[in-house]
Design a protein around this ligand. Structure first.
Ligand code: PHE
Length: 348
């Protein structure tokens, strides 16, 4: 009996030591895998508990119930604690997931600044829309051109004074950056029979750089060819365009001019909207602003495109888009179009 008391005491000590060790391990466990390790350590086949419980059969009869009871209590305690810990771990994991996915609706939104259309693109679209309304179609042509289309077929042979050499940027002997959109007149007439009514927006290039010139700028060409086309049709078309573009009370004036591919030719002015025609710095005191060149298609062009000059007549015009944008929006510096300063770009 004395002996068994000692054994019982020792058993209780061991069990409480095991329990203490288990609790301290459990407190440190912060993942499911560490929890599994603990389970194996305290409940596995080689654990103190399993070994003890397995040995019960070999113990003296009076010890059997004591060991049985104590080890059972220990097992219940360990299993219960593990279960509880597992529940806690699961809960905090869900919590973590939720926090990761949660959206804070009170946060201010991120500002996404959107791009804007360049003012030149916008004005080209405005011009296109007006002419489309009058039945025109849009055509395009290459920016790298041959001498033939840019000059020759536009009645500007090699020795022609209008071929001011230092204006043209050559790529090679007979290849150049087009100095005007007029070569598309020829290209279009080669491919199409009258009646035609087209406008041609595009970039053109000239060796020129100062306050009112940039080496690249934008033109819109116009060409109408049919039977019985006359100067009156040209006037009406351009006057209609000017009123739509600049407003009903703009006045339009045709001044005699010269272009190799139109005859007769004219430059077209609109009344200055800064001084209302009285004369100011912008219009150099004249009250007028030049916006385009135009004229009746010189019949010589028809021989290049095999049109019958006895049957067909036409008119053509070409305008500078930067110029028109400046006048319409009161922009006073040409360079603003190409510098892409956001403060400028975003104004339109
Ligand atoms: N191409 C001429 C220029 O660039 C403008 C123009 C086009 C004139 C069509 C008459 C007819 O100056």
């Amino acid at each position: 009996m004395e002996q068994n008391n000692i054994k019982t005491e020792e058993l209780e000590k061991n069990i409480s030591a095991e329990l203490k060790s288990f609790k301290s391990d459990l407190a440190k466990a912060d993942s499911f895998s560490s929890l599994e390790n603990i389970r194996t350590k305290y409940l596995g086949k080689k654990s103190y508990l399993s070994v003890m419980q397995k040995s019960i059969g070999t113990l003296p009869n009076d010890l059997k119930p004591i060991v049985g009871k104590n080890t059972n209590l220990l097992r219940q305690n360990i299993e219960g604690s593990l279960e509880e810990k597992e529940k806690n771990l699961k809960a905090s994991e869900i919590d973590r997931e939720m926090r990761k996915e949660s959206v804070d609706l009170s946060l201010p939104g991120r500002l996404i600044s959107s791009g804007t259309k360049n003012i030149l693109s916008k004005v080209v679209e405005d011009i296109e829309e007006i002419f489309i309304g009058m039945g025109f179609e849009i055509a395009e042509g290459p920016e790298i051109e041959t001498d033939y289309y840019n000059f020759e077929a536009l009645n500007t042979p090699e020795d022609h004074p209008a071929r001011s050499l230092h204006d043209t940027m050559f790529v090679s002997d007979h290849v150049l950056l087009r100095t005007q959109t007029s070569p598309v007149q020829i290209r279009y007439m080669e491919e199409n029979e009258p009646p035609i009514a087209i406008i041609v927006p595009g970039r053109v290039y000239r060796k020129d750089y100062d306050i009112s010139h940039t080496p690249m700028f934008t033109q819109v060409e116009g060409l109408v060819v049919d039977e019985n086309i006359n100067f009156g049709n040209l006037k009406w078309t351009l006057e209609t365009f000017v009123r739509e573009m600049f407003g009903k009370d703009r006045m339009v004036r045709f001044r005699p001019h010269y272009f190799p591919f139109t005859e007769p030719s004219a430059e077209v002015d609109i009344s200055c909207n800064i001084c209302d025609g009285k004369g100011c710095r912008v219009c150099s005191g004249t009250g007028w602003l030049e916006i385009l060149g135009a004229g009746i298609v010189d019949p010589k062009l028809y021989s290049f495109v095999k049109y019958d000059p006895e049957r067909f007549t036409g008119f053509a015009f070409g305008m500078g888009v930067e110029r028109i944008s400046m006048l319409k929006y009161g922009i006073n510096d040409l360079r603003l179009f190409f510098e892409n300063d956001l403060r400028f770009v975003k104004q339109f």
